[in-house]
Design a protein around this ligand. Structure first.
Ligand SMILES: NC(=O)c1ccc[n+]([C@@H]2O[C@H](COP(=O)([O-])OP(=O)(O)OC[C@H]3O[C@@H](n4cnc5c(N)ncnc54)[C@H](OP(=O)(O)O)[C@@H]3O)[C@@H](O)[C@H]2O)c1
Length: 222
């Protein structure tokens, strides 16, 4: 099965961080889960969506996910070449999962060092709320990462968007309805004020059967 972005390449990174993209799949009503928040979502997108996710990963040096997504997705797998980062405040992670064991030299926790086992690599956030501009600067300068794909979930995406650190948004619209007042969406977190609402420009819009593959970039005039 082919994805919709063969040969995808990203623009050059800004000087002080990697090029940052988010990739998610959501229902027509904007929800990003099919079951509960603590469950995996492999049944939300089609095989084309899954192949597209691998193409987006193939264009990046690294992937970043939230601890909630890692906890929800048993057996989460990434190609060995991809550096992988997981954000946590509490460090409650399955350190025996493939995320860590497949490529121990390429896996990092972004969180407080004292909540992470000694043998696990950690970008220490010294117990404070993660400052993502600082963390991304370190990922660029110390690990040489020039592009990173953020694969959710909703809370992590919101943290990065709040700091205005996202260059592109990929969204697969799945032909489904989930409902739910508190069901996670593309990004949760605290709302932006009317003046702070961010604007993006459409790069491409590719329908495949009943799904739509959307790609947006920062307008650059915000
Ligand atoms: N549809 C899709 O494309 C898609 C993609 C990914 C995930 N999902 C689904 O989304 C759900 C998970 O999403 P979620 O919003 O609940 O969780 P999430 O964003 O994956 O993870 C939330 C957790 O990440 C850590 N975290 C988040 N922001 C942080 C920050 N700024 N600094 C430090 N740590 C931070 C915290 O970890 P600790 O709790 O460890 O402190 C937080 O509880 C799952 O059901 C998953 O299957 C869907």
């Amino acid at each position: 099965m082919d994805g919709v972005y063969p040969g995808l390449r990203f623009a050059d990174a800004p000087a002080d961080r990697p090029y940052v993209v988010i990739n998610m799949v959501a229902t027509i009503d904007g929800k990003t889960v099919t079951g509960g928040r603590d469950e995996a979502v492999a049944d939300l997108g089609s095989d084309v969506d899954h192949a597209t996710m691998r193409q987006i990963e193939a264009a990046a040096d690294a992937v970043l996910i939230g601890a909630g997504s890692l906890r929800a997705t048993k057996g989460l797998w990434y190609p060995a070449r991809l550096k992988r980062y997981v954000a946590t405040r509490g460090g409650d992670l399955d350190y025996g999962s493939r995320f860590f064991t497949d490529a121990p030299g390429s896996a990092w926790v972004v969180g407080p060092r004292d909540s992470v086992p000694n043998q696990v690599q950690c970008l220490d956030t010294t117990g404070q709320e993660t400052c993502w501009s600082n963390a991304l600067r370190t990922i660029r300068r110390e690990h040489g990462v020039m592009s990173i794909v953020v694969e959710g979930g909703s809370e992590l995406n919101a943290a990065l968007l709040h700091e205005n650190l996202v260059d592109e948004l990929f969204l697969t619209l799945a032909p489904k309805i989930k409902l739910g007042r508190s069901t996670p969406t593309y990004a949760g977190g605290d709302p932006l004020s009317r003046e702070q609402v961010q604007r993006y420009r459409l790069v491409s819009c590719l329908p495949v059967q009943d799904e739509v593959f959307l790609r947006y970039a920062q307008r650059g005039d915000a």
